[in-house]
Each structure stands twice: as C-alpha cells, then as structure tokens.
Design a protein around this ligand. Sequence first.
Ligand code: ZN
Length: 252
Amino acid sequence: MTLSKEELERYSRQLLIPGLGQEGQEKIKAAKVAVVGAGGLGSLVSAYLAGAGVGELGIFDFGPVELSNLHRQLIYRTGDIGTAKTELARKFLLELNPGVKINIREGLLTAANAAEALAGYDFIADCTDNFTARAAVNQACFDLKKTYAHGAVYQLEGQLTVFSPHDGPCLGCLSPAALRPQGDSCVKHGVLGPAAGAVASMQALEVLKLILGMETLKGRFAMLDFRLSSFVVAELKKRADCPVCGSGRAGN
Ligand SMILES: [Zn+2]
C-alpha cells in the first residue's frame, strides 16, 4: 500500500515521528477500526482516527443530536439538532479526510448482533455509555479474539484501558465496583466537555498505537481524576471466575 503525494503532505507531521514514518502510515491506512458510540468519546475518537488516516472506520450509534450534546460532542453543530449522529459523523469525517472509508450503522449493539457487526474490523474503540453495548463489545471481542480500547467518562473523571479478552483481563474481570454507574450516566450525573475530550484523545492514541504495534495500556487500567489532576495506572489481573473469559462463563 503506497502513499500518494497528497497523503505524504497531509500526514507529514506524523510521518516525522520516530517509529511511525511511511511504513507506520501505511499500517494506519490499511487498518479498519470500529468506533462504537458517536457521542462524547466516539465523536472525537473517530475524528482523530479519520484525521490520522485510518483507512476504514465503522461508526455505530443510534438517535439524533440533542442540544445537550453540543458542549462536548464537537463534531456536531447547533443546526444539526434532530439529525442522526451516524449520518452527521459520516459527513464530518469525509469532509475532514475524503481518503477514509466510512461505514455507518444505526442501532444499539447487543449480544445478538455485536459479533457480526464487529467481525470485519481489526480493532474496536468502546465509546459507549450503556452497559448493554459495553458488555456486547467485550463478549464479541472475546469470541472474535479482537483487541479493543475501552474508555469511559463521568463528571470530571475518566477511565481507560486496552482489553484483549481472549488473551488477558477483560471488562468482566473488573470488580463491579470498578465500573462507572451504568445507563445514561451523562444524563444522570453530568460530564464536563474537556474531561470527555481528554479521555477520547487518549483512547484514539491507544487505537493508533495498537495499529502501529506500540506499547499500550493492555493489562493496565488508567484512572484519571481531573478534579484532583491525579492520574493513576494500576495493574489489571485476569479473574479466574470471570463470567466472560474465565471459569464463570456459560457452558464451562
Ligand atoms: Zn474476564
């Protein structure tokens, strides 16, 4: 996969980075990434990945842009209220980088459809805000032997890691208390825009590092407290009786 003159110019600032170069850019161009969720995290993750030149992006979401989204979901505009996020995201991303292929899928990812939806992608970014989709992504990645970047944000706090559920700890290995409140957490608890932006930027970085074969947060869990400016990274361990990847799984 060679790069055109226009691509060499477009990506010239990142091509200069040691360990990236033309070979790394070709890997980014060949990569297919699913971004599950086009809200506070996913809208910005997909923008960074399209900007960086990821060859094919899948955007998964459901529902329209609302006025209360706009303080953090910066790819949408006030005039977009009421229009489906997936359609708007595709338009934004293609205007940002016409060289990227964008697939959109409207609807909630569930245990019944996640594996089929994600099978065609190399890596996944879990940018969802509901436990049904999070659990579905984790289970599908276990079944498909895929690696994904998990991000979550809550008020002025964020969390971030990389899971390879078939080869290391997974979402189900975390203690339930370590998970953020589920459901529409932004609706119930609030979120500050730049906190979502910080986690989204880091999540996009983890995806790009996965593509490039660089060291990631796999096996470690980053807890970001922006109120205290405290950033802690803890070791993650596989739980023997995990209901997804361990002895607790169905049929085991
Ligand atoms: Zn597990």
